[in-house]
Write a protein that binds this ligand. Structure first.
Ligand SMILES: *Cc1c(COP(=O)(O)O)cnc(C)c1O
Length: 963
């Protein structure tokens, strides 16, 4: 650097890199000496095969400071025009209660948690998800609800899948969709059906009974706003032994009869308008409910009530091993990451407003629709329907004039149906807005007075909801929805739940494969800017210029980082990305007359979503063995590829492998597959060990998904949101998802959608955008290198006490390692579960347990953890090993030791009785470091078997609270 000013600038720019990367330079050199290497480069040379190392650095730009980044992004965001949205069609403006905005959405205690796989330290979000399920059950009128799916349209596709599994119309292969279902839902369900080989029939709702179907989908109210009594339609479908599914508007359900009470078998929809910003399409949670009889077929996760060791109520994910993607190709769906943070926001919205508050909001919305309708009718404007909740559709010759006037006033209507336009009013609509709507539709000087019409509507009542459909039962009667209506009470309720959960703001969460790295505050700031948060996904493109710029830049950077030619940002989780990628592969083969190529090779070590996704793309799965070093067994691969050669569609392979090593043979694997005419799908969940060092495209893969919620800093939100973009080589680019409402540039017209919104969960893309901007090419590469340093240091230290299952070249691991607990278990009877639970007493979340190998822990420290934190984790593991040795030596019996009683709650260690072989203080404070930052699990070990035998998926009855 030639002058002081630029040196200063350089230091500033490096500022974010050194904050993102945990270890200080001194700590790095300590770790390098422990590893007996003289530089980071030497370790990388030992670890990453030379044949896959990038020759050129990334070109995503130089790192920029936090201040620079946010100020540039603000200027980009300000190019978005935030119009008043009356577009509806599944997305509505909402007032996010500020107490929820700040204390949930903007609070790392909530957004940095992981999926509640360790329920004893996740009771807070489990309670909130149980509230979500209870709310779903009350509003839908069904018996069994799950805790959030990805969006309304994919939930509808899941409903179709469930219908096929449970329908007694076994011979039927068609699914009916009423033509007044939201356009994007028809699109997504059609994509899914095509892959499953189902026929889709779209027609007038009344026609459903005239077809041989296994299920049907209705919208309630319809996309154009009509409120139809669907009782007979449902009965008609069921008379054919088919399953009746209803996509419902959550707000309308406060006033309308529950679809479950009208006979529906499945009810689903979006919970967005319960206090979650539209965000140009997402993320939002979908709700899903069905009959108890179908519980084994339910997609996604269910939170259930069980007991802990002391008999207290305790929550957990129910039927965990049976209902999740863990069932691989037998799974009900490939759902892994869902939308927990957003489901929690919606549940809190219901808790905050309570049944009365919600009803008031719904009535107000409905009244505004009535006022609008009444004024328009008085002026001779013809409405398409005579019933409505919040949406009016006008059949009009002057549609173009009206929409032009609307646009001029900064207002959007839904205009995507020929010859008509629709207006959906929302929670944010005011009387002044209604007056403006009259001006737009009628032209100024219409002479209508909103106040006068309102008084009239008030006096005469409304018939816009048919009497037979007026809701007459109580909802949300549980105390959780009736106790926290002051802000003080609400604040404390949110805090109380937050305190029960261990998140990244407490300690490292070293879940292998999940990359729980820093979610920097500066990355999170933009997501709640109104310019990003308040856009409707179907607004005209020229209002979303800021989004297009940000998405365009991110898109180009991801192309650079992955070495692919094109990227789609539509999939809203990694598993959805897998699905989109497999569709592209399938369509590519079809385009070449190779429709018969349907075999997918999957190594036995693969993540469960891989086979679950392949199954959804109707592929035949052939498992490839791994050798004793955890690598793909090359002989077996060659033999299997040979065997299925003619029908080979693709391989799905994770790199570095799920065993945490850079397989040397990866290029050869790609070549073998290509020689047999197959495609390579490289699961990109482990991209944190590739960015800037190598890339899937460079290695020779054809398509990958990335998990922006792993490698690119989107927080896990306690189990979602996620973004799972796919990158593809040019030959697959024509087969990427498009969207039937908003055309996605660069994809073929006619390609179906995989998500409800054209850019999936657009609102959280600024997080990854900001990460890449602030790190720059150099910082991203450093992050990968430090992830490798941290993992190897941790491996080196732990290997003094535990066997490490797999290693790569020079005895190194990639960005994670697998500790084998089986030998200790053999000697002591102490299980990996005991170790995982005991780690909670030490203030740590367990690493990934029993994946990809049973009886092991897979540990991924990421680059964001300092050596100090890693050392504390190592200290905990070593101390736990000492405890196991005391069991082996007989000092403690297998029935009475701190491992089998773990985790310890305050009630447990302070109770009047104490008959343990170890003392109370030791139970809770086994090493001095714990005392400085004690985290108390709030329940003792949870009984999984009891919970599954007695499935309860709504808030426990009031009586149990009184106990
Ligand atoms: C996380 C993960 C997935 C699934 O991603 P989701 O976003 O949870 O759907 C797939 N493969 C691997 C190896 C993963 O670690």
């Amino acid at each position: 650097m030639s002058n002081a000013k630029s040196l200063e600038e350089l230091e500033q720019k490096q500022d974010f890199i050194r904050r993102h990367i945990g270890p200080s330079p001194a700590q790095v050199s300590d770790m390098l000496s422990a590893l007996e290497v003289s530089s980071v480069q030497e370790l990388i040379d030992q670890t990453v095969p030379a044949s896959i190392r990038l020759e050129q650095p990334l070109t995503v730009g130089e790192s920029r400071t936090e201040v620079e980044t946010l100020s540039y992004l603000k200027s980009v965001a300000s190019k978005n025009k935030v119009f008043k949205s009356y577009i509806g069609q599944g997305y509505h403006p909402t007032n996010v209660p500020h107490v929820i905005l700040r204390n949930v959405l903007e609070n790392p205690g909530w957004y940095t948690a992981y999926t509640p796989y360790q329920p004893e330290i996740a009771q807070g979000r489990l309670e909130s998800l149980l509230n979500f399920q209870t709310m779903t059950l009350d509003l839908t009128g069904l018996d069994l609800a799950s805790a959030s799916l990805l969006d309304e349209s994919t939930a509808a596709a899941e409903a179709m899948g469930l219908a096929k599994r449970v329908s007694k119309a076994k011979k039927a292969n068609a699914f009916f969709i009423a033509d007044d279902v939201h356009t994007q839902t028809i699109d997504v369900v059609t994509t899914r059906a095509e892959q499953f080989g189902f026929e889709i029939i779209v027609g007038k709702a009344e026609d459903a009974v005239n077809h041989d179907i296994f299920g049907a989908l209705f919208q309630y109210p319809t996309t154009s706003g009509e409120v139809v009594d669907i009782t007979d339609l449902i009965a008609g479908v069921q008379s054919k032994k088919a399953i009746a599914c209803v996509a419902a508007d959550i707000m309308s359900l406060l006033l309308l009869k529950a679809p479950g009470k009208l006979g529906a078998d499945v009810v689903l929809g979006s919970a967005q308008r319960f206090g979650v910003p539209m965000g140009y399409g997402g993320p939002h949670a979908a709700f899903f409910a069905t009959r108890d009889a179908y519980k084994r077929s339910l997609p996604g996760r269910i939170i259930g009530v069980s007991k802990d060791r002391l008999g207290n109520d305790a929550l957990r994910m129910a039927m965990q091993t049976r209902e999740q993607h863990i069932r691989r190709d037998k799974a009900n769906s490939n759902i892994c990451t869902a939308q927990v943070l957003l489901a929690n926001m919606a549940a809190f919205y219901a808790v905050y407003h309570g049944p009365q508050g919600l009803k008031t909001i719904a009535q107000r919305i409905h009244r505004f629709a009535d006022i609008l309708a009444s004024g328009l009718k008085a002026k001779g404007i013809a409405l398409k329907h005579s019933t409505w909740f919040d949406t009016l559709t006008v059949v009009s010759d002057s549609k173009n004039d009206v929409t032009a006037r609307a646009i001029a006033k900064g207002v959007n209507f839904a205009t995507n149906h020929d010859g008509e336009y629709s207006i959906s009013v929302s929670e944010t609509t005011t009387r002044a807005d209604v007056a403006e709507l009259f001006d737009i539709i009628l032209g100024e000087g219409h002479g209508l007075s909103v106040d006068a019409i309102a008084a009239d509507v008030e006096a005469n009542g409304s018939e816009s909801i048919p009497a037979s459909l007026v809701r007459d039962d109580e909802v949300l009667t549980h105390p959780n929805f009736n106790s926290y209506h002051s802000e003080t009470d609400m604040l404390r309720y949110i805090k109380r739940l937050e305190s029960k959960d261990l998140s990244l703001n407490h300690s490292m969460i070293s879940l292998g494969s999940c990359t729980m790295k820093l979610n920097a505050t500066a990355e999170m700031i933009p997501i709640t800017w109104p310019e990003f948060a308040n856009l409707h996904p179907f607004c005209p493109l020229d209002q979303a210029e800021g989004y297009q710029i940000m998405i365009g830049e991110l898109h180009d950077w991801l192309i650079n980082i992955t070495g692919y030619d094109a990227v789609s940002l539509q999939p809203n989780s990694g598993a959805q990305g897998e699905y989109a990628g497999l569709i592209a592969i399938r369509k590519y083969h079809e385009s070449r007359g190779d429709a018969h190529r349907n075999v997918c090779l999957i190594p036995s070590s693969a993540h469960g979503t891989n086979p679950a996704s392949a199954q959804m793309a109707s592929m035949k799965i052939v498992v490839v063995n791994c050798d004793k070093n955890g690598n793909v067994d090359m002989a077996d691969l060659k033999a299997k590829a040979e065997e299925v050669s003619e029908n080979l569609s693709c391989i799905m392979i994770t790199y570095p492998s799920t065993h945490g090593v850079y397989e040397e043979t990866i290029r050869e694997i790609c070549d073998i597959i290509h020689e047999h005419g197959g495609q390579v799908y490289m699961d990109g969940a482990n991209m944190n060990a590739q960015v800037g060092v190598t890339s899937p495209g460079f290695i020779g893969s054809d398509v990958s998904h990335l998990n922006l919620h792993k490698t690119f800093c989107i927080p896990h939100g306690g189990g979602g949101p996620g973004v799972g973009p796919i990158g593809v080589k040019s030959h697959l680019a024509p087969f990427m998802p498009n969207h039937s409402v908003i055309n996605v540039p660069g994809t073929n017209i006619g390609n179906g959608a995989v998500s409800a919104a054209p850019y999936g969960s657009a609102a959280i893309l600024p997080i990854s955008w900001a990460y890449i901007t602030m790190m720059g090419s150099e910082g991203l590469k450093q992050a990968t290198e430090m992830a490798i340093v941290n993992a190897n240091y941790l491996t080196h230290e732990l290997s003094k006490h535990f066997p490490i299952l797999y290693r790569g070249r020079n005895n190194r691991v990639a960005h994670e390692c697998i500790v084998d607990l089986r030998p200790l278990k053999e000697l002591s009877g102490i299980t990996e579960m005991d170790v995982a639970k005991r780690l909670q007493d030490y203030g740590f979340h367990s690493p990934t347990m029993s994946f990809p190998v049973a009886g092991t822990l897979m540990i991924e420290p990421t680059e964001s953890e300092s050596k100090g934190e890693i050392d504390r984790f190592i200290e905990a593991m070593v101390s736990i090993k000492g405890e196991i040795e005391k069991v082996i030596s007989g000092e403690w019996s297998i029935e009475n030791n701190p491992l089998v009683f773990a985790p310890h709650t305050q009630g447990d260690v302070l109770g009047n009785e104490w008959d343990r072989a170890y003392d109370r203080f030791y139970a809770a404070f086994p090493v001095p470091a714990v005392a400085k930052n004690k985290f108390w699990p709030t329940v003792t070990r949870i009984d999984d078997v009891y919970g599954d035998r007695n499935l309860v998926c709504s808030c426990p009855a009031v009586e149990t609270y009184r106990d």
